[in-house]
Design a protein around this ligand. Structure first.
Ligand code: FES
Length: 570
């Protein structure tokens, strides 16, 4: 082993290297390690359990299993904490802290003595944060996910967080179920360890990590409580030791071809709209651009193949039983770049050759010639309302609303929305467009998952299930509806969305990939001149850093100073 490896790597600076190593060895011996173990290469294990993160409940067991794998393969496993992001416990939003977690991961990988790292994440923003940090640090790394929750039952019906959370809440708002039933449902939606049970953001990012090649083959969809999950953890530890002997760095795995494969997978999954933001941010750390025009080209030639909620009917445990990511990649094979390399050292082509003929449940993973939908789940829209693009999840929307012009019912902020949406006096009809301003990256709201504006109560009670909704916010991966998101530039940055007024008309054309504000240019100029001065925002701390440096959605909402310029720049 190189003397710079293992526990002797990256010594603390005391001006005397011998003293620094002697001191470090002395202190680590206080933890009871033997000299034999201290001579081994070190595999760091970035873990993020927290009492505020239900999705990471099983993480201690995973850490133990990774350690087993590392020890058996001849390495020394040392786990270390990073911050944890529990989706529903963070204010204002978890996205706001994704970049902070990514910096924590990057800097702790760099600062501590390790030769490779296993990253264990699960809940929505944690896997993107870990991939961003690992890509920037560029030390050999293996991503392991906590895995999805199992489903539960309510009155004989299968339930899983969190598409069903929204469906039952909509029924409650519409007066179709009472308080007693919603209370019972509340206790049955999330009943095991793990991440949301549908193709939400966490599951999407788990699948994208495998599609990129950063996770071991076949591990993305294993349920959190399945024994295979522990075996995957053990194997991830062993793989991290192999990566020390035959280094493959994240910059060799996350290439332009790998990113394009991940985009194909995102589209074929009917995956979360957040996936495009996160993939853009991960690729951006390595200087790889993700263009929304390219997304549209890929979307037109990539069918939705996976029948999972919110696009379809099934849950992640069904996807795993159906063959998981291997099944999907085999079906998608003609559309993929087969020369990409994963953390195993194998190319995608070699992996798929080795798996050829393995069983697939085609009720859940459809064949390329009989897809769930003939085109991809996501498209980008452009137009006078969104010059730098907006995202639309066509696989989870009402096709009857795809080509439509409507009158704007405007909400100027999240507070305005919550105050007026259920007002019986609200002037709103089913064919109106609900528009929300000031929920984008620099608005101070942290770009919340508020793009799924609720159907106004009086319309919901009258049976209206979907309306066109437009905002610069995001939407949970578990949500559904005819919803235009990530309008860029956002309204808080003075984008055209800021100029919209109640009663304006907007035209949506999914066919033409257009979203246009039907107001003449002279009037828009007049409104632009009358825009109020932007209020002073945060003055200190992370909120100020975020406000000053966060990029728009088309930059993955990363910080401008964290983006990479390609491997050569590092
Ligand atoms: Fe953690 Fe859904 S709340 S994945």
């Amino acid at each position: 082993m190189d003397k710079q490896q293992g526990i002797a790597g990256g010594l603390t600076n005391y001006g005397d290297r011998g003293f620094a190593l002697y001191l470090r060895r002395s202190f680590i011996k206080s933890m009871g390690y033997s000299d034999e173990l201290l001579r081994r290469p070190v595999v760091g294990i970035a873990s993020s359990p927290s009492g505020f993160n239900n999705c990471h409940r099983a993480m201690p067991e995973l850490v133990d299993a990774v350690k087993r794998g590392v020890l058996a393969a001849g390495g020394l496993p040392i786990d270390f904490p990073t911050i944890s992001l529990g989706e529903v416990f963070l204010n204002p939003t978890s996205l706001m802290f994704r970049n902070l977690m990514s910096m924590d991961v990057e800097e702790m990988i760099r600062a501590q003595p390790m030769d490779s790292v296993v990253l264990i994440g699960g809940c929505d923003k944690t896997v993107p944060a870990q991939l961003m940090g690992a890509a920037a640090a560029d030390l050999p790394a293996v991503q392991l996910v906590t895995g999805p929750m199992m489903t539960s039952r309510h009155n004989g019906e299968r339930l899983g967080a969190c598409t069903d959370c929204r469906r039952f809440w909509a029924s409650f708002r519409a007066g179709k179920i009472d308080q007693r039933e919603i209370d019972a449902v509340e206790g049955r939606l999330a009943t095991t360890a793990g991440t949301c049970a549908v193709m939400g953001t966490a599951s999407t990012m788990a699948c994208l990590a495998e599609a990129l090649g950063m996770s071991l083959p076949g591990t993305a969809a294993i349920p959190a409580v399945h024994a295979d999950r522990l075996r995957a953890a053990e194997a991830s530890g062993a793989a991290a030791v192999r990566l020390i002997r035959q280094p493959i760095r994240p910059s060799q795995v996350i290439t332009a071809h790998a990113v394009e494969n991940a985009l194909r997978v995102l589209l074929a999954l009917g995956g979360s709209t957040n996936g495009i933001i996160h993939l853009t941010a991960v690729a951006g750390r390595l200087g790889i651009p993700v263009s929304l025009d390219r997304l549209n080209q890929l979307s037109d030639s990539t069918p939705v193949l996976v029948d999972l909620k919110p696009t379809g009917e099934h849950y992640m445990e069904d996807f795993y039983a159906a063959g998981g990511m291997g099944a999907l990649l085999r079906e998608l094979r003609p559309l993929l770049h087969l020369d990409t390399v994963s953390v195993t050292g194998e190319t995608l082509g070699e992996r798929l050759d080795a798996e050829a003929g393995a069983w697939i449940d085609h009720r859940i993973v459809h064949q390329l010639d009989s897809p769930v939908e003939p085109v991809g789940g996501l498209v980008a829209l452009f137009g006078s309302l969104a010059p730098r693009g907006a995202i639309f999840k066509r696989s989870a929307a009402d096709k009857n609303l795809f080509e439509k012009e409507g009158r704007v019912v405007l909400f100027r902020s999240l507070e305005d929305l919550s105050e007026r949406i259920d007002d019986p006096q609200l002037d709103v009809r089913a064919d109106d467009f609900l528009v929300l301003q000031n929920a984008g990256p620099t608005s101070g709201s942290g770009m919340p998952e508020a793009g799924y504006l609720p159907i106004p109560k009086k319309l919901a009670q009258a049976g209206v299930k979907d309306m066109v909704r437009i905002s610069d916010a995001r939407m949970s991966g578990t949500a559904f509806g005819t919803i235009v998101l990530h309008v860029s530039p956002e309204s808080a940055a003075g984008g055209p969305l800021a100029l919209v007024q109640g009663g304006d008309r907007i035209r949506l054309s999914v066919k033409d990939r257009r979203i246009d504000l039907l107001v003449d240019e002279a009037e828009l100029e007049r409104r632009r001149a009358a825009l109020p001065e932007r209020a002073a925002g945060a003055t200190r701390g992370y909120a100020k850093l975020y406000q000053d440096h966060v990029l728009q959605a088309d930059g993955g909402c990363d910080f401008d100073f964290l983006r990479g310029n390609g491997p050569a720049a590092r």
